[in-house]
Ligand binder design. Structure first.
Ligand SMILES: [Zn+2]
Length: 583
């Protein structure tokens, strides 16, 4: 795991370290400049045209009417200078409707480039809603095509747009979505967006800021590093990319986790040794502090002989009690995110910007501690799949849909009555559906599976669940650990996301996904673990037909043809969720 110091990359040079005449004249070696700001997270930024790059003139076929939004040229030039490639991804149904010609469109797009500079790819959907194409947003086809044309993957792209359709297309392709609302953007579209910026320059600032958050300080190499992430399986899985970053610069990685995260930690690449210990200042239902237990933990930490420790936490968790024990255990260098004053407990006190996705928050701490993610490693979630058991034979081969209705946190579970109706609608449309749940959820899974689904409730262990998910076409699930497990396996997620925590921080990361549920419900941002609103309306109002439409948007084919008499589209379409404009 020890990565030799690379000779291929020139050392980073900051602008303030350049020769003065270099700064003045701007004569900077382009190769060096790229190395300074080489993209970590993203290779490309894809932009919607009308309403995002230029003012929206409905069905515009006239180049004279092209008006860039304020600050667009300068903002795009910042992205170009940062080494990001740019693409335009635009619905132009005016072509299908005969409202302008292909030649008009070419002249309008040429005018856009004349005013805003060159784009590396243009992806245009000429179809209308009724055409059933895979490219018209909110379908993910244009985003996928743009990524391919730029020689990258959707996960390494940000999609910037002004309406829900742009965000749905981005998420369904596995890209990052960033909404820049205009006066016509509907409030529910703003509420549902993973990330929101007030205008295009602010969106560009946020993209560059996220890249910069992962830029390392001086890279380190260490013998033994202790990484800590207490709490649940999901918390451990989203820390995985940061653990890989540490492993790339360390000979040995020891991970300290809690009982609920142990199975997940055992699946993380880069972990050499595991220590399971409940931490009463982190655990959601903690035991009283036992002095003997704390003494034993301190002894155990001493025996690791770590050169340094990195304590990963989420918002509202404190690293400081453990940092004190690590000091008592003689660990010489300790890094953590802490808003609270750490005194002499931390050597690297890192501050992460608000709103970062959890994996990036952890990666930013690893980078600040001197462990950047190697360029060859994409920051996606990942687990080791060697040694996973085979999926149960009765699922009949890959391509089924998995529904996981439960959650340790009540507010994030899919209401059982809704889950049962989702199984009925999916199976009626020809999908095989497996229902999963832990040993204490067998009653729930039996009820939800009914006669139509395959009840896999009671299977123990995360590895068993991973084995089932590995063969799935998609997972339907709330905001809970299995969503991150699916993301780590590259399995698309239909996310029934209670908005108690921000979707942009906790949603499925870098994997195709569809978000369902009322993002503006009164429980929004309450961090509640029990639903504060009678009837759990943020999720219980989801139409099962929208889950079916989401599964289709994610490209999961049905196994059986539709029975006679069942309509091809059931209920509302997620398309409608983003349909604020006729574009
Ligand atoms: Zn199309």
């Amino acid at each position: 795991m020890f990565t030799p110091q690379g000779s291929g990359n020139p050392p980073p040079v900051r602008r303030d370290q350049m020769e003065p005449d270099q700064r003045r004249s701007g004569r900077v070696d382009p190769a060096v400049d790229r190395a300074v700001i080489r993209p970590v997270l993203f290779d490309a930024v894809l932009l919607d045209r009308d309403g995002t790059l230029v003012e929206d003139v409905p069905y515009n076929g006239d180049p004279e009417k092209v008006r860039p939004v304020p600050g667009a040229r300068e903002a795009l030039d910042r992205l170009r200078a940062a080494g990001l490639r740019l693409g335009v991804v635009t619905n132009q149904s005016g072509l299908a409707r005969g409202l302008f010609t292909a030649d008009d469109l070419r002249r309008v797009n040429a005018r856009v480039e004349e005013l805003l500079g060159p784009f590396d790819t243009w992806q245009v959907c000429p179809h209308d809603d009724g055409d059933g194409c895979r490219c018209r947003k909110p379908a993910p086809g244009l985003v996928e095509r743009a990524a391919a044309a730029l020689g990258t993957t959707p996960a390494r792209c940000v999609m910037v747009g002004d309406i829900g359709r742009d965000m749905t297309a981005a998420l369904a392709a596995g890209a990052t979505g960033l909404l820049v609302p205009t006066p016509v953007t509907r409030p529910e579209e703003v509420a549902a967006a993973p990330h929101v910026a007030r205008d295009l320059p602010a969106a560009v600032e946020e993209i560059l800021h996220r890249q910069a958050a992962l830029r390392p300080t001086a890279p380190r190499r260490a013998r033994t590093v202790l990484v800590v992430r207490s709490d649940s399986a999901g918390d451990v899985l989203v820390t995985g990319p940061a653990v890989r970053a540490v492993a790339a610069g360390a000979q040995r990685v020891v991970m300290l986790c809690g009982p609920r995260g142990r199975d997940a930690a055992a699946l993380l690449p880069g972990v050499d040794e595991l220590i399971e210990w409940p931490l009463p200042w982190i655990d959601g239902s903690p035991h009283p502090v036992d002095p003997d237990d704390i003494r034993r933990l301190t002894d155990r930490l001493t025996r690791i002989g770590a050169d340094e420790a990195i304590i990963f936490t989420s918002f509202h968790q404190t690293p400081l009690p453990l940092a004190l024990l690590l000091r008592l255990a003689g660990v010489p260098r300790i890094s953590a995110i802490s808003d609270d004053y750490p005194g002499s407990l931390l050597d690297v006190r890192h501050r992460a910007p608000d709103g970062l996705p959890e994996p990036e928050r952890a990666l930013s701490l690893a980078a600040a501690a001197g462990f950047p993610l190697p360029a060859a490693d994409d920051p996606a979630l990942c687990i080791r799949t060697d040694g996973l058991p085979p999926p149960p034979a009765r699922l009949g081969g890959p391509g089924y849909v998995v529904l996981h209705p439960g959650s340790a946190v009540e507010t994030r579970a899919c209401p059982p009555e809704l889950a049962a109706r989702i199984v009925q609608v999916l199976t009626a449309a020809g999908h095989r559906v497996a229902v999963t749940g832990g040993p204490d959820e067998t009653e729930l899974t039996a009820r939800v599976a009914g006669d139509a689904g395959v009840d896999l409730g009671g299977r123990t262990g995360l590895a068993d669940l991973a084995a089932v998910l590995a063969g799935a076409g998609a997972l339907v699930v709330g905001n809970t650990g299995p969503a991150h497990l699916a993301a780590a396996l590259g399995v698309p997620v239909v996310s029934l996301f209670a908005p108690t925590v921000p979707f942009g921080q906790w949603g499925p990361y870098r994997v195709p996904a569809v978000r369902l549920g009322d993002a503006a419900a009164p429980c929004r941002d309450t961090r509640a673990t029990r639903c504060p609103v009678p009837g759990h309306p943020c999720l219980s109002a989801v139409e099962p037909g929208r889950v079916l439409a989401a599964v289709r948007l994610l490209g999961v084919p049905a196994d059986a043809p539709l029975p006679v008499g069942v309509p091809a589209t059931v209920g509302a379409d997620p398309v409608a969720a983003g349909g604020g404009s006729a574009r």
